[in-house]
Ligand binder design. Structure first.
Ligand SMILES: Cc1cc2nc3c(=O)[nH]c(=O)nc-3n(C[C@H](O)[C@H](O)[C@H](O)COP(=O)(O)OP(=O)(O)OC[C@H]3O[C@@H](n4cnc5c(N)ncnc54)[C@H](O)[C@@H]3O)c2cc1C
Length: 254
């Protein structure tokens, strides 16, 4: 990319800003995941897949944490969907609607190209689905023709974040296919589980991608977000399947 096109791309990228805002709503998603909802500032936006930095200066000083935005850029809200884990998240679980949050962003290059309608392969595990959800919501609202395959792994059915909404999106969007897999299911029959079982591994990716991809179309861009072994495996399998490296994107949460 020439210097000029790099500058052009920078100019087009949403500018990062820091602002203090009130928490509008808290939505319980699963036993240990909540969505924290904020009003979107006027004139500010982000690209599907980007993240914000969250600060609580009075509690944690300059410390911060990154959170992918799970809502669509079309929404009047900014949603952060967060799993209970350690220092920051335990504090978040104690705050109420109306509490003050400091947010800064947007950041990140794990973004959907909103100008190009190419197919996308989405691999998500657990709360790693958040940036992918923003992409799926946005592409469905835009009535995009791009084909999307979401391969989504969770421990148990109760852990599937956005399950109902994903089912609705799949009904609304003929180009969206979602394949669920559960890693901690004792028996498929006992739980009447129609999806796959086991982690997203090389065989599962190969099987699902070969089944889904359109050999006559341009190769999809892949977006993976989840544990490091899943990111490494997906990269390796996609390279083997002929994906160029620049079409394999991933986001590491920890
Ligand atoms: C770009 C980016 C986007 C992110 N988006 C999200 C998001 O949308 N939702 C979300 O819930 N988190 C997201 N995270 C993770 C988030 O920033 C925090 O790391 C997480 O919330 C834990 O913060 P904490 O202060 O509660 O835990 P800490 O007190 O920081 O936790 C202690 C340690 O546990 C590790 N850790 C934290 N969570 C896990 C986990 N689930 N599994 C294994 N190890 C873990 C951390 O690396 C840290 O070393 C994202 C991180 C990045 C870098």
């Amino acid at each position: 990319m020439s210097v000029n096109t790099t500058l052009e791309a920078r100019k087009r990228k949403p500018r990062s800003v820091k602002w203090e805002t009130e928490l509008l709503e808290v939505i319980d998603e699963t036993p240990d995941v909540k969505t924290f909802r904020f009003e979107k500032p006027n004139g500010w936006n982000f690209a599907p897949g980007q993240y914000l930095m969250v600060f609580f200066p009075e509690i944690f000083g300059k410390k911060n944490r990154a959170y992918s935005i799970s809502s669509s850029p079309n929404s009047e809200y900014v949603d952060l969907t967060i799993k209970l884990y350690g220092l920051f998240t335990h504090y978040m679980w104690t705050v109420n609607e109306g509490s003050s949050w400091t947010l800064r962003g947007p950041y990140g290059h794990f973004v959907l190209d909103q100008k190009k309608d190419n197919d996308i392969l989405l691999l998500g595990a657990g709360v790693g689905v958040t940036p992918l959800m923003s992409m799926v919501r946005w592409a469905t609202e835009e009535k995009s023709d791009r084909r999307m395959l979401l391969l989504y792994s969770n421990k148990k059915t109760k852990d599937i974040i956005f399950r109902q909404e994903l089912q609705t999106l799949e009904r609304m969007n003929p180009h969206l296919k979602i394949v669920y897999t559960l890693t901690r299911l004792a028996s498929k029959l006992e739980h009447n589980w129609p999806g796959l079982t086991g982690r997203i591994d090389a065989d599962m990716i190969r099987r699902e991608v070969i089944d889904w991809q359109n050999p006559n179309a341009e190769l999809a861009t892949s977006f993976s977000c989840g544990p490091v072994p899943m990111l490494n495996t997906s990269e390796q399998v996609l390279l083997e399947l002929g994906w160029p490296k620049e079409k394999i994107k991933y986001e590491k949460f920890w």
